[in-house]
Design a protein around this ligand. Sequence first.
Ligand code: HAX
Length: 434
Amino acid sequence: MPLKEKLAKKIPILREEVKSLVKEHGQKVISQATVEQAYGGMRGIKSMVWETSLLDPNEGIRFRGYNIPEVREKLPKAPGGEEPLPEGLFWLLLTGELPTENDVKEVTKEWQTRGKVPASTWKILDSLPKKMHPMTQFSIGIMSLQPTSLYQQKYNEGIPKKDYWDPMYEDVMNLLAQLPAIAAYIYRRSYKNGKRITPSKKLDWGANFSHMMGIDDPEYYELMRLYLVLHSDHEGGNVSAHTTHLVGSALSDAFYSLSAGMNGLAGPLHGLANQEVLRWIQNLMKKLGGRVPTKEELSKALWDTLNSGQVIPGYGHAVLRKTDPRYVAQREFALKHMPKDELFQLVAMVYEVAPDILMKHGKAKNPWPNVDAHSGVLQWYYGVREYDFYTVLFGVSRAMGVLAQLIWDRALGLSIERPKSVTTEWLKQEVTKM
Ligand code: HAX
């Protein structure tokens, strides 16, 4: 059954479930907020719904109930490949069901068909300085597609609220189909000869992305597929996901919502951490005259970073309390394809040394590596050495998760977000009454 049809069948069922859940249990308390949480980034307060994935502090992410090893095992692969196809993950996120090989082929075909980027987008990108950060170009690239929004057109025509999800689905499919071409062109114009590479009708979404970047190595295709699966979704509270969801809640279309989410991903405490990790490691090697540090030198450098008030990039997490399984999956890929690589060995050495130091330092609640601690070194190995681009790779992947949820936001008719804020003065008065 085609993806949209499958989704159309699921929507009324979940709508009914949610309706009766709210009717029967609407007043039950699932979370409370403390003064500390009000100042501390609302950490841990359960106050939003995100259907596509759920994060366990110890086990890591589950996409629709499947953890990372299960997703790697169960999702269809490219012919001869071993890593899951991102199209399959998108199917899973959207429908909650594992796709067949045929389902995945249909999504690949559909994204190929919808993949033509409007000339106006190329023109807008060409007007940007080549030195502009790739994430800024990416956000502008997404916004440049906004005039193509079918959702906005249908909204203006006055379609009923219960049908909003339908044109949203169309926008999301078009946007996902076109994102790799936009991202790849940003890479080409910023770092290569600026020539656009036409997508191939023979390649899947991930392989085509790498083809359009100018990399036609089957091993890199595999890395790209894995990368795009791993970074896609991490429940709803992280900055890129929550921002997309928040902006969408005002009934802004997929282009406005995703572009806003990407602006959040561009922050160094979020997606930008993946470029910071490699920068940190390479600065250290530069200081040592290009040589790989010993464990003692690495420990000293980690302490120097902490003592100067900076964070160790790629380590720590707002929710996770163990090594991120997305880190583990990338480490497994490295152990298989590049075990002797010097930079990988250094990343592995940081993993041996940093958690202990962070524990001794005593501030970070989670001393273990997150997804960003490993992604850069894999890109570097296959020749993508322009690390300012790494967050764009993350963004293409993250789009799948946040946009799948955005369709569900409209399908369930979720409300405009409007939590209550208070002032310090109000808190000072209120706490004395407690
Ligand atoms: N190095 C040094 N100090 C750290 C740290 C790290 N890696 N991680 C946390 N801390 C510090 C915090 O800065 C905070 O210090 P203050 O009290 O002085 O503000 C303290 O430990 C407590 O923080 P926390 O509760 O453990 O962590 P938060 O939930 O506040 O923040 C972060 C989570 C991921 C932002 C944090 O761990 C961090 O800054 N890590 C480094 C940057 C990074 O890797 N970001 C990517 C995270 C994954 C992601 O979103 N990818 O997109």
